[in-house]
Design a protein around this ligand. Structure first.
Ligand code: SF4
Length: 321
């Protein structure tokens, strides 16, 4: 029996497990497997990585405290109506599949919310096991936008081909309910990122965008977060692609930078004014407030509908469309 699970700070506040001020409430309840020691993989941006010297309580900017599973299940029982989804994230350690199965079983008893599991590539039979237990979605984070970049930042433990194969196998088990995450700002060009979004979308995978976040104690700590204009262009392109309005082949690039969305300017402005492209992307109803950014900004992913003031800022960041 698992005794502990880690709980994201904002999730713990909504669950009534501790007090805290929340600028925006999380719409997904986020949990992370508890494991003494670090992840077996060694992704260069991740505070959980094998060789990272970061505070082990962190994942991206968020602090995750470990709590007694019993308490968490009790709190989830009372408060699950305050969320739209549960996300169980897993680090890579021996026995992780059994642990995930146990967590899912307990959480299913406490709540009827859809469950996403975010994990390393697993064997098909493990995907099937999780599906049988009632997991709605699987997420396998590709993170890097190209095979070369993948090798550089995640290659000590994983391969691009292994991740793509796992995403395809997950599709067979979970159908349209497979998510991946891409991190903008690891060193790819806008063109590489947008082409990979199209590639994954064509595979039937839901693509969520993250902005690279330098975390102390990781090898990439000295790297800067992505340029906000570039991030906005990628968010807008992702939105056009996933909503079927445009394909990457209709866009124009110049030296790796997006030069033209291939869309009528007025129509594009209307989409910008909707604010939708700039909201947190990934599994439905996941807003991950301030996962990548300080509430002081810049807000890479809006965890709520952007206000009219936010839209002015966004339009400014996008420059002359
Ligand atoms: S998009 Fe949200 S719910 Fe889905 S895997 Fe990522 S963090 Fe979890």
């Amino acid at each position: 029996m698992i005794e502990r699970v880690r709980v994201a700070f904002g999730t713990g506040v909504v669950l009534g497990m501790w007090e805290g001020q929340l600028e925006v409430r999380p719409t997904t309840a986020h949990f992370l497997t508890y494991h003494e020691g670090r992840c077996r993989a060694n992704c260069k941006f991740c505070p959980q990585a094998r060789e990272s010297t970061s505070d082990i309580r962190r994942l991206s900017r968020v602090i995750w405290s470990h709590c007694r599973l019993e308490k968490v299940i009790e709190a989830l029982n009372k408060h699950s109506h305050e969320f739209n989804r549960i996300c169980i994230q897993a680090v890579n350690f021996p026995g992780v599949v059994d642990e995930l199965c146990e967590l899912v079983t307990h959480m299913k008893k406490a709540s009827s919310l859809p469950i996403s599991v975010s994990c390393q590539p697993l064997r098909s039979k493990d995907f099937r096991k999780l599906a049988r237990l009632g997991v709605e979605r699987i997420s396998i984070a590709l993170d890097a936008a190209t095979p070369e970049l993948f090798k550089r930042v995640k290659g000590d433990g994983y391969t691009w081909d292994g991740h793509i194969k796992a995403l395809k196998q997950a599709r067979i088990v979970f159908g349209n309910f497979v998510t991946t995450h891409l991190i903008v700002g690891l060193g790819e060009s806008e063109e590489e990122m947008i082409r990979t979004i199209q590639f994954l979308h064509d595979m039937g995978i839901t693509v969520g965008l993250f902005a690279f976040t330098p975390v102390p104690g990781t090898p990439l700590y000295s790297k800067r977060p992505p340029d906000i204009t570039s991030y906005r262009k990628i968010q807008l392109s992702r939105f056009l692609i996933v909503s079927g309005k445009k394909r990457v082949e209709q866009m124009r690039f110049l030296n790796g930078r997006l030069a033209d969305f291939g869309m009528d300017r007025e129509a594009l402005k209307r989409i910008v004014r909707s604010g939708e492209p700039f909201r947190t992307s990934g599994c439905p109803h996941c807003n991950r407030p301030f996962y990548n950014e300080s509430p002081r900004g810049p807000l890479y992913n809006y965890p709520r509908r952007p206000t009219s003031d936010d839209l002015k800022v966004i339009q400014n960041e996008l420059g002359n469309l």
